[in-house]
Structure formats: C-alpha cells, structure tokens
Write a protein that binds this ligand. Sequence first.
Ligand SMILES: [Zn+2]
Length: 166
Amino acid sequence: MAKDGKTLNLRIQPHHIMLRRRPKGMPKAYFDRIIGGGSRGGLLIWLSISLLFLAYAYAIFGLLYMYRAAAVPQYWVLVFIGLLVSSSLVLDVGKRRIASAFATELAASHGFVCLECGYSLVGSEDGGTCSECNAPINLGLIRTTWYEYFPATLDRCTAEARGDAG
Ligand SMILES: [Zn+2]
C-alpha cells in the first residue's frame, strides 16, 4: 500500500505540472488529479509550484543584484536552497496524498476506473464506453494498467472479494 502510486509519482516532475504536460503513457485520470486541485493534496501541489516560482524569481533578483553590486549577501544562497528544498518536500507530500486518495477510489471500484477521466466504471460493460467521458472501455487494459501502479491495493481487493465469496 505504501508503495502504491509511487512509480507514477516519481515520473511527475514540477515542469509537467507547470506546463500541464502529462508524462508519456501516464493515465490521464491520475495526472488530472495531480494538476486538478480541489483536494488537500492538490493544494499542497499548488503550494509547491508557488514556492518553486518564488525560488526562480528570487534567483533572477539575486542575479540582477550581483550584476549591480558584484556580490550577494551570504544568506541569499541559503534562502534560495531553502525555497527549493521546501518546494520539493511539499510536492512529495502532495503527491503521496493524491496517490493514497486514488488508491482508496480504486479499491472502492475494484480497479474498474476509467483511465481517461477517473470515473468509476462499476456496472459498465467491457467494450462499451465510459458514461462520463465516452472513452472506450477495455477492461483488460484498465485492469493491467491500474494493477501495474497500485498492485497492493488491488491485491487487497481481490483477497477481500475472495473472502466474501468463500
Ligand atoms: Zn471516462
């Protein structure tokens, strides 16, 4: 469970979020959660990107200052590093929160979640289309994709389902 979503999160770098450009092959449903906001994790991600922009602005300010005064105060580098480090830490916490919320949703739908929009497809048929976004439903692809990224969550689901049946 702890590692679930980690491979997805590792691939999402700040520039993907800033440019809203999804890493290649990443399910849109997941990336939309990262950039979509509207959750506590989303708020942390927004905060992290803001800190990063602040670090950039601070760097430019520092360079201009150096150009004029030839040297920056010693604390300048510390503040810059502090902004970078805190941005990265906050991003990490935000991504982990989103992964864990997503895992809960996947578990509730037994992994049957639209790859495009994240809508629960429980009750929909294989070969049909998502009632939310009209994406074609390929059950096999959906299962293997989510299983690749959230194996512990989906194994737990399967185990529970077996327990209920037996
Ligand atoms: Zn959909």
